[in-house]
Design a protein around this ligand. Structure first.
Ligand SMILES: Nc1ncnc2c1ncn2[C@@H]1O[C@H](COP(=O)(O)OP(=O)(O)OP(=O)(O)O)[C@@H](O)[C@H]1O
Ligand SMILES: [Mg+2]
Length: 284
């Protein structure tokens, strides 16, 4: 699946038509504390007890299916996935190429709609929403990070990160301040005016993470966030995501092919042929 560079969904933003206005918020959590050094692999991340206090799951999927029609042929990318992911969880989705991982992530991230089954995101059944409502839910709840960053190439890091806030109707001064804080939180305070082409891959992915965080999401969805990075940069990105989860309680759901990346998650969901074939389970 592809998402065109710079589209609103890729930013985790709602796009035009989203409800304007934004609630008061806290500053992005300081998720980076190593002063730029590599992050050594630590124990599996995540708060001690993912929150289930209000009983509202971050995601609740029942028999979720997604088929694509391509030149008269139907591809059943997802064939009935049921799962529940709580607020504050740290989940790795793993499985062979073509098994449906990205398809599932796009559904969870409200970038796409299921063709059958039920999906509740933060308690809201997505089938009850029109496109504007789906975009608004996405903008409010989810930050998305892609393997290939999906940054706007000719736009500064600061403006890339500020973009989701445009769709929320946040004023320019506040947008810039929040984008600056988010970039600082991922260790890029010194790169605000650089364009993606003037940054390393690791830096670009940190910009993408800052963009995912600037809207203060409840969940960060990351589809192979370290797939285009070398080991050191991959560890740095994982360190940021782990601290975001452990310190700020943001749920993290990531797709990876790398066992050491999956090993940082508290829960692992295996997808095969469009189905969940193993799930280490929700924490009790
Ligand atoms: N837009 C689309 N149109 C038609 N078929 C698609 C589309 N997107 C994905 N598919 C098909 O759906 C199946 C699942 O694709 P998906 O991208 O979810 O796999 P994946 O598990 O993420 O694989 P990878 O590990 O290679 O990224 C594949 O067979 C793929 O070819
Ligand atoms: Mg994929």
């Amino acid at each position: 699946m592809t998402v065109p560079e710079g589209t609103a969904p890729a930013t985790g933003a709602a796009g035009p038509g989203a409800a304007p206005g934004t609630p008061a918020r806290r500053a992005p959590a300081p998720v980076r504390d190593d002063g730029g050094a590599g992050v050594s692999p630590g124990p599996p991340a995540g708060p001690a007890t993912p929150q289930r206090a209000d009983g509202v799951a971050a995601f609740e999927a029942v028999d979720l299916a997604r088929s694509y029609r391509l030149e008269g042929v139907t591809v059943d990318a997802l064939r009935g996935v049921s799962l529940r992911i709580e607020p504050g969880e740290f989940v790795a989705i793993v499985g062979p190429s073509g098994s449906g991982k990205s398809t599932l992530m796009h559904l969870l991230g409200c970038l796409d709609r299921p063709t059958a089954g039920t999906l509740r995101v933060n308690g809201v059944d997505v089938s009850t929403l029109d496109d504007g409502g789906l975009a608004e839910l996405r903008n409010r709840v989810v930050g998305f990070v892609f393997q290939s960053f999906h940054l706007l190439g000719r736009t500064s890091a600061l403006d890339n990160v500020a973009l989701p806030l445009v769709y929320r109707g946040v004023g320019r001064a506040e947008r810039r301040e929040r984008a600056r804080a988010a970039l600082e939180a991922v260790g890029l305070a010194h790169r605000l005016d650089h364009r993606p082409s003037q940054m390393s891959g690791g830096e670009q992915q940190r910009v993408a993470i800052a963009r995912a965080l600037v809207g203060d999401p409840k969940v960060v969805l990351a589809d192979e966030p370290t797939g285009n990075l070398d080991t050191r940069n991959g560890e740095e990105v994982m360190g940021i995501l782990s601290r975001l989860n452990a310190d700020a309680g943001v749920a993290v759901v990531l797709v990876t092919h790398e066992p050491e990346v999956a090993g940082r998650a508290r829960r692992r969901i295996n997808v095969r042929d469009g189905r969940v074939d193993a799930d280490t389970g929700e924490p009790r």
